[in-house]
Design a protein around this ligand. Structure first.
Ligand code: ADP
Ligand code: MG
Length: 894
């Protein structure tokens, strides 16, 4: 049975037992998905299952328990269909807990577990007396001589420079144990490919693939607990980074703490007792700790068991806010942890790991210590020395040691830098390699005379902005380069991308070749169609009107047929459309130029499907979501970038006001006055349906309410995500044709639809939106000469939440907002489907760290310049590690 399936089964069952509370995995299911994906691919599960599972479980946290149950059921059903073996119960190889195989029509998750679970492990599992790592015999290596050589180096490596003061003694024990441990009975070793940077290398000790049961004191039960933390192998342990550290080198004596301070202090418990409060309805537990400089009183409510767990005479560390009660300093409900006295005197910076049920910090830390101090020094660094030196980074083994058990803050920071560098470096080498692959095929050469371009520009109804001109020049250079263009055209809403795309299409048509433009909705396709007609097929136009056609779902069967014929025989030069372009059996005589608008709305396969209708056609993808530079380099590092950060002249900025909920009447007054002046308004709500738990206003209900109570005299349209595409289009068109005064909508309206007559964008529950999204919404107005307004109403007055809204009020510049969004909310908003899997698998690196990203990119580029095929022996480990990192998917080349 596949271990990845087994794991899912386990998660699902735990979820079932826990009432779908997303507690099967610490921090939620989403936390283990990256690991799981790697494992699933290693198990050769069908890619569609891997992706479907991973994508749905990423959304798991956002669902209510009933929906979660539904989701798990559906997922399991899919899995059973594609992986029939999943229906069989696990065969436990080692300890035969016999599970009768039985067909499973419903997920294991929703049926009661058919076999009683192994009894719960002890709260503090016992580690073998000496913290030794029992080394299993390694599998025969591909190069036994080398392995031998390595083995013979072991003791020397371990004994020599101890990573920190305490470890030398322990390490000695380990080493002596290790060297005498060789001829132990062999246990099965499960190989498992790594899925992240710093992964397994062939020269890396094979035992790092071994399951955790090889560790002294770790039996199958403990191993299965650790699985919940994503820890399956010794190698996993090395990369199980602490989520924080307790820095005992910075401790304050209790005497020096003062009121209102947030501190961590350590002291010995001198008193603890509990007593009832409020007639027995509550209990209060009080304790006093003393560190020799002063005492501090601690209180907890309704945790009477603390009387037993806090022991007089033992040291604990407590963290919390210092408060005052009856003139004395106290801490209310502080976080606390027993202190291991040896830590206090030795490891001054102590790692704190994520835990799961029945795994204690102390136990896990001990285990980590064994594994890390023994194995980290034995790793051969996959990063070539030249790169490591150039980027000024510590060695891998050292970095791993220091990130777990730092000697000092400086060494910890250096270690983190190194591990973060690895992650970004792998991403960068990956995208650069994609780029190289992309460019390894020829692209048709298209050239035009300067005079031809001048004539085209002269025929436009306006003068191009400088950034438009630059973008046209970039594309023109690509088209004559002999390599297929692969360019991302990024420009804020309204910056005029369409005309740029159209000019390039005309350039390609000039030599008789064809162009296809794909947009996510038919209303957008229609809009582009009109722009193309105006720009290219007017008087003195490059094309005749009938050479540019629109193909959408609604196009009549006869017209579709006519268009297909025209495309097949080359009579039609440009086709603009929606998914219909790839869904219908459309063929081209000679497709050489493909444009994908709002590219993030399409999947990899969809973009590839359109491209595959030509032979290595030139590709232009466009997006109106400004992407911060650091992210663009990471996520779109394989594309060339043209950025249009300038709006056509005459555009006014859109004054943006944040209003409190109680000022809503004023907002409505503005809406009214604009409508009285002949304009229209958008009112946006964050959700479609009201859910009991949520205070979010719902567009459907609000539409009703607004129509009845607030604007009974006006015509209100409604648009939301549950409507079918043609229903949505019908509503948008009706709004554009002024059949409605106000469009009440969810965010489905955000994509580049042009309703120039709309001048008010009122956004309710504005605090629920990301900056990028708010900015997109605001871009729906201000599309004509008329002054437009944007009003943001958060659902309460919590000022902290209004940071984003303030930013909106301060600037209209999408790139500035994008940078802020990245800082505030992380990269999630920008990722879409593109390489999101890899980007979210970053444990150390931050995608907003532009310096790190540029450093890694510089090194990756230099590497490719030196050794494009990574053939140099110096790079062999790197090539392998890279292969594994990217083995999951082919990446995304569009
Ligand atoms: P987006 O970049 O958001 O896709 P569009 O291509 O839809 O923007 O252009 C927005 C509007 O600006 C269109 O009505 C277009 O005709 C107009 N436009 C584009 N370029 C210019 C320009 N240089 N000067 C004036 N108007 C322009
Ligand atoms: Mg557009």
């Amino acid at each position: 049975m596949h271990s990845s399936i087994e794991k899912l089964r386990k998660f699902f069952r735990l979820e079932h037992e826990n009432g779908y509370t997303n507690t099967a995995v610490i921090g939620g299911l989403a936390n283990v998905l990256n690991l799981w994906e790697g494992e699933a691919r290693n198990d050769k599960l069908p890619e569609e299952i891997v992706q479907a599972t991973s994508a749905s479980l990423r959304a798991y946290a956002d669902l209510d328990p009933a929906r979660r149950l539904e989701l798990l059921k559906v997922l399991w059903k899919q899995i059973l269909e594609k992986v029939p073996e999943a229906g069989l119960k696990k065969q436990v190889p080692v300890k035969p807990v016999q599970r009768p195989p039985q067909p499973q029509p419903v997920p294991a998750a929703v049926e009661p577990p058919s076999v009683p679970e192994p009894e719960a492990p002890p709260a503090v599992p016992v580690v073998a007396e000496e913290p030794g790592v029992q080394v299993i015999e390694e599998k025969p290596a591909s190069n036994p001589a080398q392995e031998q050589a390595q083995a013979s180096q072991l003791p020397a490596k371990i004994v020599s420079p101890a990573p920190n003061p305490v470890s030398s003694q322990v390490s000695n024990q380990i080493s002596s144990k290790a060297s005498s441990a060789a001829p132990r009975p062999q246990r099965p070793v499960q190989g498992r490919a790594e899925t992240r940077p710093g992964g397994v290398t062939s020269k890396r000790p094979i035992a790092l693939n071994a399951s955790l049961t090889v560790l002294a004191g770790v039996g199958p039960r403990h191993a299965s607990m650790l699985t919940r933390l994503g820890l399956n192998t010794l190698g996993d342990m090395l990369y199980n980074f602490p989520h924080r550290y307790e820095d005992y080198s910075q401790l304050k004596p209790i005497r020096d703490v003062f009121y209102s301070q947030q501190v961590t202090v350590i002291g010995e418990v001198t008193m603890v007792n509990s007593r009832p409060l409020r007639g027995g309805k509550m209990t209060i537990t009080e304790a006093v700790i003393n560190d020799g400089t002063a005492g501090l009183r601690l209180t907890w409510f309704n945790q009477p068991w603390l009387t037993n767990t806090l022991k007089v005479g033992e040291a604990i560390s407590v963290s919390g806010k210092v408060e005052q009660y009856l003139g004395r300093l106290v801490m209310n409900s502080p976080d606390w942890e027993p202190v291991e006295v040896e830590n206090l005197h030795t490891n001054r910076i102590v790692p704190i790991y994520s835990l799961t049920a029945n795994v204690t910090q102390k136990w896990l830390r001990k285990l980590m210590f064994q594994v890390v101090t023994y194995w980290a020094p034995k790793l051969t660094d996959h990063l070539p020395e030249t790169i490591r030196q150039a980027a000024n980074l510590p060695e891998l083994g050292n970095a791993l040691l220091q990130v777990h058990f730092p000697d000092s803050d400086a060494k910890l920071q250096a270690a983190r830098q190194r591990l973060a560098f690895d992650e970004i470096f792998f991403l960068q080498t990956g995208v650069l390699r994609q780029r190289r692959d992309w460019q390894s095929v020829p692209g048709r050469i298209f050239e035009v005379e300067e005079a031809w371009l001048e004539a085209r520009l002269a025929a436009l109804p306006f003068v191009l902005t400088n950034t438009q001109k630059k973008a046209v020049a970039d594309i023109r250079a690509d088209l004559r380069s002999g390599k297929p263009m692969n360019r991302l055209l990024q420009g804020d809403v309204g910056s005029g991308k369409t005309v740029v795309a159209a000019l390039a299409a005309a350039l390609v048509n000039q030599s008789g070749a064809q162009a296809a433009i794909m947009a996510p909705t038919s209303i957008l396709a229609d809009q582009h169609f009109h722009t193309f007609q105006n720009v290219l097929a007017g008087e003195n136009g490059a094309l005749k009107p009938e050479q540019i056609r629109l193909l959408v779902g609604d196009t009549s069967a006869t017209e579709k047929e006519e268009i297909r014929a025209g495309l097949a025989d080359g009579g039609i030069k440009i086709v603009i459309g929606t998914h219909a372009l790839i869904e219908d059996p459309v063929t081209f005589a000679d497709l050489q130029y493909v444009v994908v608008d709002e590219q993030h709305r399409f999947g990899v396969e969809q973009r590839a499907a359109l491209r595959s209708k030509g032979t290595n056609p030139h590709l232009l993808v466009m997006t109106a979501t400004p992407i911060p530079r650091s992210l663009a380099l990471t996520l779109y590092g394989d594309l060339d970038l043209s950025i249009m950060d300038e709006l056509p002249p005459g555009r006014q900025t859109i004054p943006t006001h944040v209003m409190m909920p109680q000022e809503r009447e004023r907002a409505y007054a503005l809406v009214r006055s604009q409508i009285a002046g002949g304009h229209q308004a958008f009112i946006i709500y964050p959700l479609v349906e009201e859910s009991e738990k949520s205070e979010l206003l719902a567009a459907t209900q609000e539409h009703e309410l607004l129509q009845k109570e607030v604007f009974p005299d006006l015509k209100l349209g409604l648009l939301h995500g549950r409507m079918k595409p043609d229903q949505k289009d019908a509503v948008m068109l009706a709004f554009r044709e002024k059949q409605y005064d106000i469009l009440v909508s969810t965010t489905v309206v955000e994509v580049g639809v042009d309703v120039p007559n709309a001048t008010v964008m009122l956004i309710e529950g504005a605090n629920h939106f990301g900056l990028a999204q708010l900015h997109q919404l605001r871009g729906r107005v201000g599309r004509s000469e008329a002054q437009s307004f944007c009003l943001l109403i958060p659902d309460h007055e919590d000022s902290a939440e209004n940071e984003r809204l303030k930013a909106m009020a301060e600037t209209n510049d999408g790139f500035i907002l994008a940078e802020r969004d990245l800082q505030q909310r992380g990269p999630g908003e920008f990722l879409g489907t593109r390489q999101a899997g890899y980007a979210t698998s970053l444990k150390m690196a931050s995608l907003s760290d532009i310096q790190l990203i540029e450093k890694a990119r510089t090194q990756a580029q230099a590497l490719f310049a030196r050794d494009p095929g990574l053939k140099d022996p110096e790079n062999s480990l790197l090539a392998e590690a890279l292969g594994r990192f990217w083995s999951g998917g082919k990446g995304d080349v569009s």
